[in-house]
Design a protein around this ligand. Structure first.
Ligand code: ZN
Length: 265
């Protein structure tokens, strides 16, 4: 973990410090070696939050986009169950940055635990993922200049197979470019809809809280959860489904990056 409680204050790991775990209050030791990023670990091998995964530079870089007071927030359900959210915004969004593989059942339990959850998934952990995703985009179907694309046979792409079909929005991060890929809907074994989405817009949306952009995002996410209420007045829905020639920000760069031939119908 990045923070532990030292003398009543949240503090980052420093050599020879010890602290208390914000979840279970047991002793934590500062691990300040040369190989791994400096972090806190429970004394012994005990891990009190089974959902916690070891942090990477990738985690830290994402968390660092948000105020420290939003990072590593203990969330407790009415049942008493506690977990540490990577980031919890001042408007109640929990953002989980997922590097390692997550079993579908564990993912579902997190979807159920956090009322407003968004996932950012590391798409460069497995070498094959970006290539498979590029191939999937090559056979994607689009309508005019819509940003939204439908990928048939999504199960041929491991990262879509792993992440499609949940309740919470999922953004795949394929590396340092300006564009993330949003999994908008579909089933892991069928076709899956995706759309490019600007990394900086997403950060702005979560940081913004009460801004119009943030409200539009939340409305759009709610409309994805309830596909039966087919009212789509939201500007964000229009942006993702737009039919004019103006692409969602980040798309042209991504197209150049991927040198993709788009197939239209
Ligand atoms: Zn603990």
């Amino acid at each position: 973990m990045k923070f532990s409680i030292v003398n009543g204050q949240r503090q980052e790991a420093q050599p020879s410090l010890s602290g208390k775990c914000p979840v279970c209050a047991q002793t934590m030791i500062a691990k300040c070696g040369e190989v791994n990023i400096w972090h806190w670990a429970h004394k012994g091998r005990r891990v009190c939050d089974p959902w916690w995964e070891n942090e990477t530079e990738w985690h830290r870089a994402w968390k660092g986009q948000f105020p420290e007071s939003w990072q590593e927030i203990v969330h407790q359900a009415d049942s008493g169950e506690k977990h540490i959210a990577d980031v919890k915004t001042d408007h109640g969004w929990v953002i989980e940055f997922q590097h390692s593989y997550l079993k579908p059942e564990e993912r579902r339990s997190r979807d159920a635990f956090y009322p407003k959850l968004a996932w950012v998934v590391n798409g460069v952990r497995r070498k094959r993922d970006s290539e498979q995703f590029r191939n999937a985009l090559n056979r994607a179907m689009r309508d005019g200049s819509n940003a939204r694309m439908r990928i048939p046979f999504a199960d041929e792409c491991a990262i879509l197979r792993d992440w499609a079909g949940g309740n919470a929005p999922v953004f795949i991060d394929f590396g340092p470019g300006p564009t993330l890929w949003w999994i908008l809907g579909g089933a892991p074994t069928g076709s899956v809809d995706v759309a490019p989405f600007s990394r900086s817009d997403l950060i702005e949306i979560f940081r913004g809280g009460a801004t119009q952009k943030s409200r539009e995002f939340e409305e759009f996410v709610n409309s994805l959860r309830k596909p039966t209420s087919r009212a789509e007045p939201q500007p964000l829905a229009q942006a993702l489904n737009r039919t004019d020639t103006q692409p969602v920000s980040g798309v042209p760069q991504y197209r150049m990056q991927m040198r993709r031939r788009s197939r239209r119908f």
